[in-house]
Design a protein. Structure first.
Length: 262
């Protein structure tokens, strides 16, 4: 079955429908870049790819009337080799991810689209897509960007600093959208450090960072406080993030229209 946003999903269209789309010069084609990887003992391995589809469905329902976008097939397996050693992780190389994005860009350019946007749900993809989007712009002239609304979830400072993965937020979101796949009996709180530690070297979100794989930082595969996530939080955070994403898509449309003089 095609997704609920069939009217915006390129694989659900005929070639004539794609050729006749009136707003290809400015409406972005969105690619959701997710992952299939371990998310601790309590969450399914498809968390990132599942959430990507949640953001798409929820944000498209909130788009203003003057905004438009189209969806390419999602990239559901990402660069997740940092989770090597934990069952359930599938990953592709940085080169494969880059080539997938280049192939999508080449084809949508040939179809007449001129704007490409990424929705990230997995941090391991960021570095690769960053330089690849610049390459796409230089090679095909597409306007490219990442849809990343800044949403404050009100998390504690410790979780903000060291809640990297399978954390409070991801647990809460899954409890809201797919509670039947969550086993809270496996949820634990496991941090790789404390905000009271001296120094500025951390795995993420610090002035100085280091290379790491998950097994360096966690025995369970959880990095954060999974026990603190609740369905109530998750429902509120889904709505807040989806609205932020819808606003980001609308702004991308505005910039695209301006670029072509509309």
């Amino acid at each position: 079955m095609f997704p609920s946003y069939r009217s915006r999903y390129l694989p659900a269209m005929t070639l004539r429908e794609i050729a006749a789309l009136p707003d290809k010069a400015w409406a972005p084609v969105i690619v959701v870049c997710g992952a299939i990887e371990q998310h601790g003992p309590h969450l399914p391995v498809a968390v990132d790819s599942l959430l990507g589809q949640v953001w798409v469905e929820q944000s498209l329902a909130r788009l203003p009337a003057d905004a438009s976008c189209y969806l390419a097939p999602p990239i559901t397996i990402g660069k997740s080799n940092e989770h090597t050693g934990f069952p359930g992780t599938l990953f592709i190389s940085k080169d494969t991810l880059r080539l997938q994005l280049l192939a999508i860009a080449r084809q949508i350019h040939a179809w007449g689209f001129r704007q490409l946007a990424i929705i990230h749900t997995h941090g391991g993809n960021f570095a690769v897509t960053g330089y690849t989007l610049r390459e796409i712009t230089a090679t095909y002239g597409l306007r490219c960007g990442v849809l990343s609304p800044k949403v404050d979830l009100g998390l504690p400072a410790q979780e903000m600093a060291f809640g990297y993965h399978a954390n409070t937020a991801e647990t809460a979101l899954l409890l809201a959208v797919a509670p039947q796949y969550v086993d809270m009996s496996g949820a634990v709180c496991e941090y790789a450090g404390s905000i009271t530690d001296p120094g500025q070297l951390r795995a993420e979100r610090a002035p100085a960072t280091m290379a790491w794989i998950t097994s360096d930082l966690s025995k369970s595969g959880i990095m954060g406080d999974a026990t603190a996530g609740t369905a109530e939080q998750g429902h509120a955070w889904v709505a807040k993030t989806a609205q932020g994403m819808a606003d980001a898509i609308a702004e991308t449309c505005r910039v695209g229209r301006a670029a072509v003089g509309l």
